[in-house]
Ligand binder design. Structure first.
Ligand code: A2P
Length: 316
């Protein structure tokens, strides 16, 4: 499996299994099937509410000799309610206990937004920390200590914009290893992409297939979902790939790691096969020329009206 080298010297496999939106049963089965057919990278998070089952799939596979612990790259994410520096280790240890692992390979700050301790989801504006009181750098610094303790190998962030990265880096003096964000041809985030390339921050693409299991977000102003986009379909056929495989190959070709979610054995295998495909220059430019723009994951889904998270536009 192709890997990318992170700025701390560790390597991240270019392709992995996403587990967001997998039910507990699905997560267990998907992880077991993925590791069985050759995946070596599993992406999860505390908030996905399936970490026990993701962990069961990983630990059973290790016990059965399918993969060794050091051969599988496991990512998890600190939930927003553990941002207080004194809560960071607790959040991480909860994850490790659920996973049944002694360490994760990559630990990400899930969102650049802090909730009050113990608040799973905000129910009112008062449930957010005033971020002026709790800079993201403080949470990040506490996460870096987990690396010193051997609980995590690499530390990064997720859903961070350029300005949030700049501020956090300036305050902490440390460049995160990874920023995991939504990336696909409708949301290529070119500015963020070039900022992260310049800074040596590796990007991981989530929702690379357009998060098709969230039907309410599928249609945008009459445009096709990315998997049904005409250019994607035609280019995929020319390339001898399925549309999903083309999106995966495009993401890796761009230099991003990619973590499509699937709970279906056929599609789990289909997606893995794309990771070793070499994209043609023609296919690359065809996909790069798609000009529909749409973000499938929006903070507004769980931010209440009137809430501002360090600036009026959350994504800035
Ligand atoms: P399923 O789990 O039934 O395979 P994303 O990673 O962008 O969030 O996309 C996940 C969605 O894409 C899920 O609905 C998943 O369904 C579906 N999916 C995963 N792999 C493929 C594939 N190869 N072809 C079509 N849909 C896929």
């Amino acid at each position: 499996m192709k890997t990318f080298t992170l700025n701390d010297g560790n390597a991240i496999p270019a392709f992995g299994l996403g587990t967001w939106k997998s039910s507990e049963d699905d997560a267990y089965r998907a992880v077991k099937e993925a590791l069985r057919v050759g995946y070596n990278h599993i992406d999860g998070a505390w908030i996905y509410q399936n970490e026990d089952e993701v962990g069961r799939g990983i630990c059973e596979s290790i016990k059965e000799g399918i993969i060794k612990r050091e051969e599988v790259f496991v990512t998890s994410k600190l939930w927003n309610s553990f941002h207080a520096p004194e809560d960071v280790e607790k959040g991480c240890r909860e994850t490790l206990t659920k996973l049944g692992l002694e360490y994760v390979d990559l630990y990400l700050m899930h969102w650049p937004v802090a909730f009050r301790s113990g608040k799973l989801m905000p129910e009112g504006t008062e449930d957010f920390w005033p971020l002026s009181d709790l800079p993201l750098s403080k949470t990040f610094e506490a996460m870096l200590k987990l690396r010193d303790q051997g609980l995590v190998k690499s530390v990064g962030v997720s859903n961070f914009s350029i300005s949030k990265l700049e501020k956090m880096i300036a305050e902490s003096g440390v460049v995160p290893a990874v920023n995991q964000v939504e990336l696909h041809p409708y949301n290529p985030q070119e500015e963020l992409f070039s900022y992260c390339s310049d800074k040596g921050i590796h990007l991981t693409a989530y929702s690379p297939l357009g998060s098709g299991d969230r039907p309410k977000f599928l249609r945008h102003k009459g445009e096709s979902p990315v998997l049904e986009n005409e250019i994607v379909k035609v280019t995929a056929a020319e390339e001898g790939l399925t549309p999903a495989q083309l999106l995966i190959a495009w993401a890796i070709d761009r230099g991003t790691s990619v973590i499509p979610k699937s709970a279906n054995p056929g599609r789990i295998a289909e997606n893995l096969a794309a990771a070793s495909h070499t994209l043609s220059a023609k296919a690359r430019s065809a996909i790069n020329e798609i000009d529909t723009r749409f973000r499938y994951v929006d903070i507004k889904e769980w931010c209440l009206p009137g809430i501002t998270c360090e600036g009026d536009n959350f994504w800035v």
